[in-house]
Design a protein around this ligand. Structure first.
Ligand code: GN1
Ligand code: MG
Length: 469
């Protein structure tokens, strides 16, 4: 997948997808890095040949690669370069044009499960829209829930959402905004999930009506956040943590009402999850796990449950059902009409959710279904718990590799002594938490702080940041 997600229009990059449609197995990242950094065509050839030998790649086996891209100006040229490379090494390939990242994950899984007893779906974009919309339409049967306005960050999510719209029934009205993919400079600019989450405010192009629902996708539509303004025009963010808690409690209720017992549901978060969300989940009697930042860690931890719900606070996430859980759900015999109805909903939920990777479009439909079933306006959803005020900062440092963490990145082991200084600062505030970790994607160190009031959270973040100097 040729994309640079939520990053500026001039950037580009690649996301590699594993055969089962999941993220690339981490051990392979090093090979990709080495190939990308090879200094000459000859060096690429030599390293490639070494890898062929290392993995004992048999001659005569024709591998297959599928690819697509987001809407960046540089994407067509990169796609052509990729196509040339695939042709050069004799790989069978197929391009899917402009796609969201999760659509390509979906198609990969479909291709590699075709004809098995866990076939995921039809390996086409049409198959993707059909799978999601069929489940959605059944879940929304006889329900309606007004309007949701979706800011598409002027990325590939816009055309994809317009296509999805054609397949879903009229139970909700989806207003598509920021979907100009022709003006390249508009991508992710003053719009999108990252803008809304980072700035904790509306995109300037949106004038929000009180208590109406709004959502923002990122540039490759694998992230979503919701938000609304209350009666006093105050902005409220409904982030990945809120989506995780909403989904976990809804699925938990369906499992219970369907009469399925001994079914484990767990919620996987990172250190950036708001402390109130973790407390809320634990109060519901559900286990929570904290993993290092990055979806691959969350995805892996979520596999430990019958149903693993994982979201990063910034809106990356999905829900996984283990294959034995799916089997139990689909073989379960309901004992009453009420159980039968909950079971049908649960089956449709497993189809609605893109289980390969976090998918903004699938997550959008999931949230819409849950709010419609609960008959909740966004303020009622928001009222489940109140976020602790927080601040995320980044600091430029000479060498971010000096910063080493432990305890799912919540504590520093190096530079020596720094964690004690952070702890001493945190101790001066109420309900406070703060941690420092090196970014895995940018050449910076991130500082997160949470406290009882916004002023204190901001002040704590500044003081911790000052320690880094
Ligand atoms: C605090 C934060 O939002 N970090 C992001 C960011 O990772 P860093 O390692 O923090 O740069 O990019 C990742 C990839 O998009 C995303 O998974 C993660 O949540
Ligand atoms: Mg993205």
């Amino acid at each position: 997948m040729i994309t640079a997600s939520h990053n500026p229009p001039a950037d580009n990059g690649v996301k590699l997808i594993d055969p089962l449609g999941e993220m690339l197995e981490s051990s392979w990242e090093a090979y990709g890095t080495a190939l990308a950094n090879a200094e000459s065509d000859q060096a690429v050839y030599e390293y490639y040949t070494q890898l062929e030998q290392k993995f004992n790649i048999r001659e005569g086996v024709v591998p297959q690669v599928i690819y697509g891209s987001d809407t960046r100006e540089s994407s067509p040229a990169l796609v052509q370069a990729l196509k040339d490379a695939l042709d050069a090494v004799g790989v069978k390939s197929q391009g899917f044009g402009y796609v969201t990242t999760p659509q390509l994950h979906y198609i990969v899984r479909c291709l590699n499960t075709q004809g098995t007893d866990h076939a995921y779906g039809e390996p086409t974009l049409e198959g993707y829209y059909k799978k999601l919309s069929t489940a959605f339409n059944q879940l929304m049967n006889n329900r309606s829930n007004g309007t949701v306005t979706v800011d598409c960050a002027n990325g590939v999510g816009g055309p994809a959402l317009r296509e999805l719209q054609k397949h879903i029934n009229n139970s909700i009205e989806v207003v598509v905004t920021n979907d100009d993919t022709e003006t390249f400079s508009k991508l992710n600019s003053h719009s999108g999930a990252d803008y809304v989450k980072t700035n904790q405010r509306l995109p300037p192009s949106v004038s929000a009506k009180p208590l109406a629902r709004y959502a923002s996708l990122d540039g490759d539509a694998d992230r979503i956040v919701y938000y609304y303004v209350d009666k006093n025009s105050i902005f409220h963010l409904l982030d990945g943590d809120k989506i995780a808690t909403l989904s976990a409690s809804f699925i938990g209720d369906l499992v219970h009402h369907a009469g399925i017992t001994d079914f484990s549901i767990g919620v996987v978060q990172t250190a950036y999850a708001n402390g109130s969300s973790t407390a809320y989940i634990e109060k519901q009697g559900l286990p929570t796990v904290c993993t290092p930042t990055g979806v691959k860690h969350l995805h892996h931890a979520a596999l430990a449950y019958d149903c693993g719900v994982y979201f990063e606070a910034n809106g990356h996430g999905t829900v996984l059902f283990s294959s034995s859980a799916l089997q139990r759900i689909f073989e379960h015999a309901p004992e009453s009409p009420a159980q039968a109805s909950a079971l049908t909903h649960l089956k449709n939920i497993t189809e609605l959710i893109n289980q390969t990777v976090g998918d903004a479009l699938s997550d959008l439909l999931l949230v819409e279904v849950i709010l419609a079933h609960k008959d909740w306006t966004p303020d009622l959803w928001d009222a489940c718990y109140t976020d602790l005020p927080n601040k995320l900062e980044k600091a430029e440092v000479a060498d971010r590799n000096m910063y080493k963490t432990t305890d799912a990145e919540r504590k520093l082991t190096h530079p020596a002594g720094l964690q004690d200084q952070i702890d001493a600062l945190v101790g001066k505030y109420e309900q406070a938490r703060s941690f420092v970790r090196p970014s895995g994607t940018e050449n910076v160190v991130r500082v997160y702080a949470e406290a009882a009031t916004k002023t204190e959270a901001d002040e704590l973040a500044q003081k911790v940041k000052a320690l880094l100097k």
